[in-house]
Design a protein around this ligand. Structure first.
Ligand code: AMP
Length: 375
């Protein structure tokens, strides 16, 4: 029997970790990425050229049997071209919704999933009207191409309207959202198979530093069953509505009134990296299982687990690995400010011990972390 070949649009660390998870299943991988020395290089042939030419995309389509993507800010036309010739999971609809904040908001509303009130912004006057209608502060975001807090303006005062428009107006349409005074940020990752069967990982608590994920803890501590069930209900209804196959992430705010959806990602997610060592079957393995049409694995987590991002500069690998139980994942990237270079995973029997470990790793990492406060 010949090996099933999975073609991954994108060749970053998510593609790399998909391939690492799929290799024991004897799945083969190819990638479409314009940077030849990308993190996935070495795990399979990389197609794509600096011009992202149609010829290079067609060569990539020839290279595999079934396709997926690891990044949502890609032209829908590319995935349509792939889907016209070969199976693609998740489908075009999942991508089209997730890469556009207005589409996401409309989906949340249609499925009765609470999320921040918002206004669509096409002019400076629209922004002034949004201030009137929604109040301040407002979070102004680009509708497309935003990630890790990029393309955002926190509007605290009406006098900043002109500045916000000057900064983001060229990328209109924009979206202005009411500012949510959340208790914390949570995410849930689900995986849906080709037969429609679904499994959800436990809610994960995510802590950001300057707009980028600093670390995650799973299962999120102090989560009542009804909150976990609400999150599962929300993500299941989104996955079913989209006919989604593969991993799907829903980022949420936990507020005094319950969960509010922020955004979706039609893929494996940084807040799920802990699953490699912390869950029975990782998000990466489950994603490739779904794409390959295989049965899904268990999403249960046996021990509280933390994932810490390595950002901008590498730590001393010896110092990290000297810590008992630490797992180090490096993505093969050069150092650059704000760049995700790798991550560390560590598990413990109790959440309290994880806080202590997080503080220890903060001392080992060159990048600043948003630390848990001492209890
Ligand atoms: P996003 O790109 O939508 O994930 O936003 C990046 C970060 O900005 C989030 O992780 C939150 O910390 C913050 N943020 C986004 N939208 C809001 C909002 N409506 N209210 C408060 N904080 C927000």
């Amino acid at each position: 029997m010949s090996r099933l070949r999975i073609g991954v649009l994108g060749g970053g660390q998510l593609g790399r970790m998909m391939a690492l998870a799929g290799t024991p299943l004897d799945l083969a991988f190819t990638f479409y990425e314009s940077t030849p020395n990308c993190p996935s290089a070495g795990l399979g042939p990389v197609f794509g050229d600096a011009q992202n030419s149609t010829a290079s995309l067609d060569a990539f389509i020839d290279s595999a049997d079934v396709f997926t993507y690891e990044f949502e800010n890609i032209p829908v036309a590319w995935v349509e071209r792939i889907a016209a010739r070969k199976p693609l999971f998740p489908g075009v609809k999942s991508l089209a919704v997730s890469q556009n904040r207005l589409n996401e908001k409309q989906l949340f509303a249609r499925l009765n999933i609470p999320s921040a009130r918002y206004a669509e912004i096409r002019s400076e006057q629209d922004l002034l009207r949004a201030v009137e209608a929604l109040g301040l502060p407002l979070v102004v975001k680009t509708v497309t191409m935003g990630y890790d807090g990029k393309g955002q303006f926190l509007l605290k005062d009406a006098s900043q309207v002109a500045t916000a428009w000057a900064q983001l107006g060229a990328q209109a349409p924009l979206i202005a959202e009411e500012f949510i005074h959340f208790k914390r940020e949570l995410s849930i990752i689900a995986v849906r198979g080709q037969d429609g069967g679904m499994a959800c990982y436990p809610l994960t608590e995510n802590v950001h530093h300057r707009g980028t994920l600093s670390h995650s803890v799973a299962p999120a501590p102090f989560v009542d069953d009804d909150v976990q069930l609400a999150a599962q209900r929300y993500i299941s209804s989104i996955a079913q509505d989209l006919g989604h196959v593969g991993a799907l992430t829903l980022e949420m705010f936990e507020t005094r009134h319950g969960l509010m959806a922020n955004e979706t990602a039609p893929r494996v997610h940084n807040s799920g990296h802990w699953t490699i060592e912390g869950a029975r079957c990782s998000q990466f393995e489950n994603h490739v299982r779904a794409v390959a049409g295989l049965p899904l694995g268990a999403t249960t987590c046996d021990k509280p687990t933390a994932m810490i991002n390595i950002i901008g500069r590498h730590p001393d690998s010896h110092a990290v690995l000297r810590e008992a139980g630490a797992h180090l994942h490096l993505y093969g990237k050069d150092e650059r400010d704000g760049r995700k270079l790798g991550h560390i995973t560590v598990s413990s029997n109790h959440h309290h011990d994880l806080d202590t470990l997080l503080r220890r790793f903060a001392d080992l990492l060159p990048n600043p972390m948003a630390l848990p406060t001492e209890k």
